[in-house]
Design a protein around this ligand. Structure first.
Ligand code: PMP
Length: 368
């Protein structure tokens, strides 16, 4: 029950465990092409350009950032935690002039504050984290997409902890790039960077004045490959993660068979169930209210008197695996529980029981 890597479906693991084929074998070309097509449905972006690249979520951040910024560009980074801060550092490497709007821990940056900043100067790009895995805070992408449209600013959504677990309507919400990594709600072992890019962002990239400052990430290398596989033709730039792509096809198929609406509702219901149980135990959450609380993970504060190290030790002897805090300055003050992917109501019950027992063994007597 950590926020990634999550547990994977047996069918996905069987596909990943297949005998590795050539990346130009007909069955692999089909798996790759079909996965690209299914990504458009999961991202709800019928007009977007999908990319499947070997790498982690940070590579996806790098790819979106390096292709869409040029030295001297103004970039606005909205940060709701650790991964927003990471994006600010990353974009500076490509010569961007970064303005960081940072939320208080547990809160979001108000839309009015973002708009005020966009009025100050001509921005090329705005980035935000849909769900920051360090705080479990969820940002509403829709008004940010509207601002991007209004001010002619490209929008990048870090969806590593949200895609396939939180509602995302990329086209309808005018989000230019939405990326994730395979090991979270998409349900495939770590190693794939996945993104869908809008036509507007591809156009901006085509009109660049300077070359992309990262060779591996440059869309010039990858766009022909994605197009070829979708047309069921072999192609090559760098060897794809053949086994992971086989798993991706199976997982995306499982996701679409469940149906996006049902899947999002299941995540939301389970998250609500988990947090209600935590509140009943007297625990408070980092996100300040339910509206900005993620469905993919929760981050409860330890109650008064409970030592984080002792709690994590007690949990390690239970039936579940949880994650500690991630924000450097507060990491001993809270813990994190992932509830995404193929998680069930039974998983939530076992997790709640383990948390309750661990708290008890730390001397905390919950009011139940
Ligand atoms: N962004 C967010 C919101 C994340 O949760 C993570 C990983 N936990 C990343 C980016 C980076 O992904 P990776 O660890 O796969 O590089």
């Amino acid at each position: 029950m950590i926020p990634g890597p999550v547990e994977f479906e047996p069918a996905v693991m069987r596909a990943v465990g297949m005998a590795t084929t050539s990346h130009v074998a007909p069955a692999f070309i089909e798996a790759f092409g079909h996965s690209l097509e299914m990504m458009r449905e999961v991202w709800m972006s019928p007009s977007g350009q999908p990319f499947i690249i070997a790498g982690t979520g940070t590579l996806a951040m790098d790819m979106a950032g390096s292709n869409l910024t040029e030295p001297g560009d103004n970039v606005l980074v909205i940060s709701t935690g650790y991964f927003g801060d990471r994006y600010a550092g990353l974009l500076k490497r490509y010569g961007a002039d970064v303005t960081l709007l940072k939320a208080e821990v547990g809160d979001v940056v108000k839309v009015s504050a973002i708009e005020k900043e966009l009025r100050k100067k001509r921005y090329r790009l705005l980035t935000f984290t849909h769900v920051d895995t360090s705080t479990a805070v969820r940002v509403d992408p829709e008004p940010i997409g509207m601002l991007g449209e209004k001010y002619g600013v490209l929008t990048i959504l870090d969806g590593v902890c949200s895609v396939a677990g939180e509602e995302l309507r990329q086209d309808e919400w005018n989000i230019d790039v939405a990326f994730t990594a395979s090991q979270k709600a998409v349900g495939v072992p770590p190693g794939l960077a996945l993104m869908v890019v809008s036509e507007r962002a591809m156009e901006a990239w085509r009109n660049r004045k300077t070359p992309v400052g990262n060779y591996y990430c440059d869309w010039s290398n990858w766009l022909p490959v994605m197009r070829a596989y979708e047309e069921r033709r072999p192609s090559y730039f760098g060897t794809p993660a053949v086994n992971l792509v086989a798993g991706l096809e199976v997982s995306l198929d499982i996701i679409l068979k469940e149906g996006m609406e049902r899947r999002i509702a299941r995540h939301s219901n389970l998250a609500h169930e988990f947090r209600t149980a935590m509140h009943d135990l007297g625990l408070k959450m980092i996100p300040l209210n339910e509206d900005i609380s993620a469905s993919t993970l929760s981050a409860p504060w330890y109650p008064e008197g409970v030592d984080g190290t002792a709690f994590m030790k007690a949990i390690s002897q239970s039936d579940v695996i949880l994650a500690g805090g991630l924000l450097p300055e507060l990491k001993d003050k809270y813990f994190r529980v992932g509830h995404m992917g193929s998680v069930t109501g039974g998983d939530i019950l076992v997790t709640v029981a383990s948390v309750r027992n661990a708290l008890k063994s730390c001397g905390y007597s919950p009011g139940i």
